[in-house]
Write a protein that binds this ligand. Structure first.
Ligand code: 13P
Length: 259
C-alpha cells in the first residue's frame, strides 16, 4: 500500500434483508474504531436498503454507495435509478461496470461510459470495475480487455474528476469462486492500468488514482494483497456480508497503516 488513501468497499449484491442490512451496518460501524477515518470504507447495499443503511451510518465517516445507476437523469425508464436519487438517499458512491452487469446483463463499454460520465457530472464518486473472463485470461488477453474497458469507461472524463473515481480490478473468474490471482499477477494488471491512466491523462493523475482489487478477497488473503504498493484496497462481495470477516479485512489495512 502506498500514500494513497486505502479504500474498502462492501458490495452486498442482492443479499440480506432490511433488518440484517441495518444490523450489519451497525456492527461494522461499532467495530471499525479509528479506522473509519484512516481509510474510505464504503457500504453498497441493495437500492431498497440504502436509506436505512445510510441512517445506521449517521455520525460515522463511512461512505454509502449504490451498486449501479442509470445513464439517464430521469424520465420514463422503468426500474432504473437516477444518480440524483442515490444522492437523495445519502449515497456518495456508486459501483459501475461490475462484471455481473457487463456479463449477466450485457452492459456494453459504451453504456458503462455513459453511466460513469453521468454519475460524475451528478456529483457521485464512482468505483469503475473491469476484469477479464477465464477464457480471456487463458488466451492471455487480460491486459487488452482491461485496457479496453477502462479506456472506454474514462472516455470524456476530465482529469480533475479522477479524484472522485476508483478503479476496481475484478477478474471475473475470481468472483465468488474462492480462487484468486497471485498478488504478482494482480499487481501486473494494476501496474498496466496505472500506466494506461498515465498515458490517457498524465503521470500525476495516474499516481494519485486508487486501484483496488476484488474477487474472493477475504480476511485470510486481504493482508497480502493490500500490502502490495500497487493495490490500494479491495471491493469485497461474500466476505462483506459478515461483520467479523469484513472488519478483519479492514483491520489488515489498519495493521499495514501502522507498520
Ligand atoms: P466476492 O468477494 O464474493 O468474490 O465478490 C467480489 C465482487 O464481485 C465485489 O464486487
Amino acid at each position: 500500500m502506498t500514500e494513497r488513501r486505502p479504500f474498502v468497499g462492501g458490495n452486498w449484491k442482492m443479499n440480506l434483508d432490511l433488518a440484517s442490512s441495518v444490523e450489519l451496518a451497525e456492527d461494522i460501524t461499532a467495530g471499525l474504531g479509528p479506522l473509519e477515518i484512516e481509510c474510505d470504507v464504503v457500504l453498497c447495499p441493495p437500492y431498497p436498503y440504502l436509506q436505512a443503511v445510510g441512517h445506521a451510518l449517521k455520525h460515522h465517516c463511512l461512505g454509502l454507495g449504490g451498486q449501479d445507476v442509470s445513464e439517464h437523469s430521469g424520465g420514463a425508464h422503468t426500474g432504473e435509478v437516477a444518480a440524483s436519487m442515490l444522492l437523495d438517499l445519502g449515497a456518495q458512491w456508486v459501483i459501475i461496470g461490475h462484471s455481473e452487469r457487463r456479463h449477466g446483463l450485457h452492459e456494453t463499454d459504451q453504456l458503462v461510459a455513459k453511466k460513469v460520465a453521468h454519475a460524475l457530472e451528478s456529483g457521485l464518486h464512482v468505483v469503475l470495475c473491469c476484469g477479464e473472463t477465464a477464457e480471456e485470461r487463458s488466451a492471455e488477453r487480460t491486459e487488452e480487455v482491461t485496457t479496453r474497458q477502462i479506456t472506454a469507461g474514462l472516455a470524456g472524463i476530465a482529469a480533475e474528476d479522477l479524484s472522485r473515481l476508483v478503479i476496481a480490478y475484478e477478474p471475473v473468474w475470481a468472483i465468488g469462486t474462492g480462487v484468486t490471482p497471485s498478488v504478482e499477477d494482480a499487481e501486473k494488471v494494476h501496474g498496466s492500468l496505472r500506466s494506461l491512466v498515465s498515458r490517457l491523462y498524465d503521470p500525476r493523475f495516474a499516481s494519485d488514482l486508487r486501484i483496488i482489487y476484488g474477487g474472493s478477497m477475504k480476511a485470510s488473503n486481504a493482508g497480502e494483497f493490500i500490502a502490495s504498493p500497487e493495490i490500494d484496497g479491495g471491493l469485497i462481495g461474500g466476505a462483506s456480508l459478515k461483520s467479523a470477516d469484513f472488519l478483519e479485512i479492514c483491520r489488515s489495512i489498519g495493521r499495514i497503516l501502522e507498520a
